[in-house]
Ligand binder design. Structure first.
Ligand SMILES: *Cc1c(COP(=O)(O)O)cnc(C)c1O
Length: 469
């Protein structure tokens, strides 16, 4: 499969080059030149597979010929072997037509492990073949960073720098990053918001000389390989609730639009998905867009679901490219207007194409806590605030739909113990492998939201590590 940029100006690349490139050179995001297609028979044949086998089968057409299905098979077997549930991503029935897809059985207890553990190993494979090293730079509002650090720690060919907004991630989230003291792991706390962190990362990537000198690479949710790895659990869940004979709907707590976009990709690849419900917190740029056609940046406000405290959803550009008939120039114009004015409005036809699949719901913190409480009372189950928003969006959007609704449980309740305890009176406990997290030593640097300060810091660290090696 070859990949094209959403802005139409960057070179067409193969899967391994897209993996290492992250952002395209024209500022766009890479998407497949065309969609691979699984027939209903292909999907039926996937039913008895283990999670790892399914992952290799689903990812293979996207990765070929750069990475073979055999190489993928070895990578995913190793990646998912470390997860703490035999089904890797179990599907639990909540009510009549209501299901929960548990995506918190990886090392950092959030869905991002499902892609990141694969990504770290893909980097090893591809860089090893080329005899290269990379500097990974990423921004996190919480869960991406720890998942990336877990996936890259101690890897030979990788230095990893993760920026998080200082004081705006939960203690558990911060400690999951800052207590990893491997020499190739560098945590930076930025005095600003997540969007500031993301802007700094983008600016470093747009500095061509810097980018080339440090061989910059990204593992945040714009990395195409992450999207592909996330397609797998949509297929898994759909098969579990009756696909391909039956349609299915998903509800997804959404920030950067990466997870729910994987649902779109699954549909393009032949999975019978009727609807995708986007759940957001008070940072509701997407849900407002789905009502008004206007994508308009607002203030980022802190909420109980910090991994969704985002105003600019980077992966949305991929959907934009689709509904603008893959016209890279039109996407570039729209994104430039968005960048300079903080707003764009889509034409009705393109917006309707989005609305033919996507719905949006937003919940404030009180509603989120109420849902956490309802679920605890009904089933004795503790869910985290992000998951609660997904479940609520699914419930609101299930009305009148006669297909199973699968909500994605994106984090373990113990990652957000305060919110969960506040709602239920019960403090969720960390699984054994993280039990001593609060006692481990932390290491991170605090820097202002200033490009030259951050760039110099990264360059100095890479130089020092190179000298030490
Ligand atoms: C990252 C994250 C999200 C948002 O996912 P996107 O792919 O950015 O839309 C939701 N919930 C949790 C727990 C997360 O870590």
């Amino acid at each position: 499969m070859n990949y094209v940029s959403t802005r139409g100006e960057a070179p067409v690349l193969a899967f391994d080059d897209v993996l290492l490139a992250g952002l395209a050179r024209d500022g766009g995001l890479y998407v497949p030149e065309d969609w691979p297609r699984f027939t209903p028979e292909d999907l039926q044949a996937m039913r008895g597979l283990s999670y790892a086998e399914l992952a290799a089968r689903v990812m293979a057409p996207f990765a070929a010929p750069a990475v073979s299905e055999d190489d993928l098979g070895a990578i995913v077997a190793d990646a998912y072997g470390g997860f703490d549930h035999p089904d890797v991503a179990p599907v639990i029935q909540l009510g009549g037509n209501e299901w929960l897809l548990e995506l918190f059985h990886g090392p950092t207890l959030a869905f991002k492990d499902y892609a990141m553990q694969v990504l770290g190993r893909l980097f090893d494979l591809v860089l090893g073949r080329r005899g290269q090293r990379v500097t990974i730079v990423g921004a996190t509002s919480g869960d991406t960073g720890s998942a990336a650090i877990e996936a890259c720690r101690d890897r030979e060919a990788v230095e990893i720098f993760i920026l998080h907004p200082h004081g705006r991630v939960s203690e558990v989230q911060r400690r999951q990053m800052t207590t990893v003291t491997s020499a190739n792991v560098h945590n930076i706390a930025i005095e600003g918001t997540f969007d500031d962190c993301q802007d700094l990362v983008k600016a470093m990537f747009n500095d061509q000389a810097f980018r080339d000198r440090l061989n910059l690479s990204a593992v945040n949710s714009i990395n195409w390989a992450r999207i592909v790895a996330q397609v797998v659990y949509y297929v898994r869940a759909a098969l579990a609730v009756g696909a391909p004979e039956r349609e299915v709907a998903f509800a997804v707590p959404t920030g950067n639009f990466g997870n729910v976009f994987a649902g779109y990709v699954a549909k393009q690849a032949g999975l019978p998905i009727r609807r995708l419900a986007v759940g957001s917190n008070r940072n509701d740029i997407l849900t407002r867009f789905l009502v008004t056609k206007r994508m308009e940046i607002g203030e980022v406000v802190p909420t109980l679901s910090p991994s969704m405290d985002i105003q600019v959803s980077s992966n949305f550009e991929r959907l934009l490219f689709e509904v603008l008939d893959r016209d890279g120039a039109a996407v570039a114009r729209t994104m430039q207007a968005f960048r300079s004015d903080g707003v764009f409005e889509l034409e009705t036809a393109a917006w309707q194409r989005i609305r033919s699949l996507f719905d949006g719901e937003r919940l404030d913190d009180t509603q989120t806590k109420n849902i956490i409480q309802d679920i605890y009372r009904a089933w004795g189950m503790l869910v985290d605030p992000h998951t609660a928003i997904g479940i609520a969006a699914g419930r609101l959007r299930r009305v009148g739909l006669d297909v199973p609704m699968v909500a994605l449980a994106t984090a373990h309740a113990a990652k957000f113990p305060d919110a969960v305890a506040d709602a239920t009176g019960v403090t969720p406990s960390l699984p054994p492998r993280l039990a001593d997290l609060l006692d481990r030593e932390e290491r991170f640097e605090v820097l202002p939201a200033d490009l030259s300060a951050v760039r110099d810091h990264v360059a100095a660290r890479v130089a020092a590590r190179g000298a030490a090696a």
